[in-house]
Structures are given as C-alpha cells and as structure tokens.
Design a protein around this ligand. Sequence first.
Ligand code: AHM
Ligand code: MG
Length: 347
Amino acid sequence: MSDFEKTGSISLTRYLIEEQRADRISADLRLLIEVVARACKSISVSVGKGALGGVLGDAGSGNIQGEAQKKLDVIANDVLLEANAWGGHLAACASEEMDHCQPIPDVYPRGNYLLLFDPLDGSSNIDVNVSVGTIFSVLRCPEGVTHPEDAHFLQAGTTQVAAGYCIYGPSTMLVLSIGHGTHAFTLDREMGSFVLTQRSMTVPAATKEFAINMSNQRHWEAPMQDYVRDLLAGETGPRGKNFNMRWIASMVADVHRILTRGGIFIYPWDKKDPTKVGKLRLMYEANPMSYLIEQAGGAATNGRTRILDLAPTELHQRVPVFLGSREEVAKATEYHLAHDAKAKTAA
Ligand code: AHM
Ligand code: MG
C-alpha cells in the first residue's frame, strides 16, 4: 500500500510547511523548492505535448560541452531560469546548458541559495517518447558574496541543502531530499499539485540488477572489466548469483528504478575520449543523485571515493559514477581499490 493510500493526500506544499515548522528548512528554501516544482510542472506539460507542441527535435545550437541541444533542453532551461529569477530566494543559477553561472538580475532581490540544474536529462530519449527528467541541487551562497561566480558553486556534495529530480514518465514524479530521507511526490495532473506518494524511499542493500552501457566495454579499465565479467558469470561464477541488466539511457529513469527496487547504476571512466574522466557531470547530475541515493540508504562512489566527498574544481566537471544498492557499490569499489593496491605493490 502506498503512503498516499495509507495517509491520504499530503501535498508538496503541506510537506514543506511541516518541514519548516519542524525547523528543518528555511522559508526561503521552501519557496525555492516550490518554485522548482512549479517550473517542473510547466516542463512536464511541454514534454507531454510531444509533437503536438512543436517541441521535438534539435534546437540547432550546442552547449559548452559540445553537445547538440534539443529544443526541449533550451525550453526547460528557460523555464527554470525565468521561474527562479524574481522570487528573492536565489543568488545565482548554473546549468548544464549555460557556459557560466547566471546571477539573479540586479532588478530583483537576491537570496542566499545557489541552484544548479540539468534542465532535461536524457535528451537522447526526448524524440523517442522515453522518460526524461530534470535534476537539481541546492547549495548555500558563501557568506558575504553578493555577485556569485562559478567558483562559489565549487562546494562538495556533502554541503547540498536539498536535491531532487522530476521524472517525466507515464506519471510525472518529483523525488526530493532536504537531508531527512528521500521522498516521492506524484503529480496529480487534474489538480495540478504534487502529492506525497512515498515517504522515506529505501534502496535495498543487495541487488541482482545492474545498469550500464555495455557498448563501451572495450574502453573500460581493468577493474571494470573484471567486475562486469564476474557479474555476467552468474551463479557459477565468483559472485554466485545471476544478474539482470537494464539501461534506459536516462539517468533519472535508471536512478528512479534503483530507488524503487534496488540495483547499481554505473557510468565508469573509459578511454574512448581520454580528455574526459567520465560522461556524467558532478555538480548537477552525480552530486544530487548521490545525495538522494544516500538519503535512501544507498551508496555512491566514483569507483574509489565517495562522490559527495569530492572537492569540485570546475562547474562542468565530469566524474565516473557508481551508485545504488550499498553492498553492490561497495563490491564494485572493492574491485577498483584492490586493483590500485596491486598496481602499487608491483610498481
Ligand atoms: P544528457 O545530460 O546530455 O542527457 O546526458 C546524460 C545521460 C544520462 O541521462 C544517461 O545515463 C547517459 O547520458 C546515457 O549515456 P549513453 O547514451 O552514453 O548511454
Ligand atoms: Mg544530463
């Protein structure tokens, strides 16, 4: 039975007001989350219209990472920027789609938070009607900073005060953490409000399911080759159990499945492009997802180190990602650390 069936309708607004009363969030952070949720509702409408809204296809532009932008990447970015400009709760925004952070325009009051987002993650799935999503992370603006720059966003994931994603799937859901568990809200499309449908999501500690883009296998480093070889060996191999594989190629959808029924999501380092240490971005993909997963009892590393402990050096920094069921993440990390230790001894 879902929490909705057990406790009746608790809207996102009511949940946030109760968290504020319990002194777990400030009024400004509450407003910020409400505004992001409102922007996500608007993005959900555009995504849902598909070809009827004229929103599919390429925008004809590229972002700083050299990726072609889809029309919906640009629309979602504009919706989030516009919605967050005037409320007085933010000092600046940064996004996958913008080269540098964008301070709140001088005509509006500035607040004490910094917002990072991937406005539409999984863009390769937009034109094929598969789930995509918005990922966001909230940081505090450093004390005394009135005109934030990129450098002010370079804070470790442990300092996030809130993180979440909105998945645009068969239903639209907002999954949120303000540091007290990870909770899921489903959009009631008729009423236009998010309703709490799962309190305290829990990632099972063990799993028999992994998510990875296997087409990159030949480019992986040795410990990844060993780890996946042992997963594929099944019950007669060293792991002693059979594993299933899923890969949606929308991080939001893969992480949502893992938050719901467990699993491990991996986008490892590969040598396809030696200038990139991974595909996914630390500040607005790996950090918020790691925060949500940890708040649900799971774990997240870059293969060696806890992701939330990494000290960022660049706004658009990339990072290898291993996240999900904590025993499986520990196992994958163990393969990498054992390999490093062996290499050190041999040197
Ligand atoms: P995007 O932010 O440009 O959409 O890229 C991120 C996406 C993730 O959602 C997904 O896990 C990954 O890229 C899929 O990559 P690939 O196409 O290499 O399998
Ligand atoms: Mg993305």
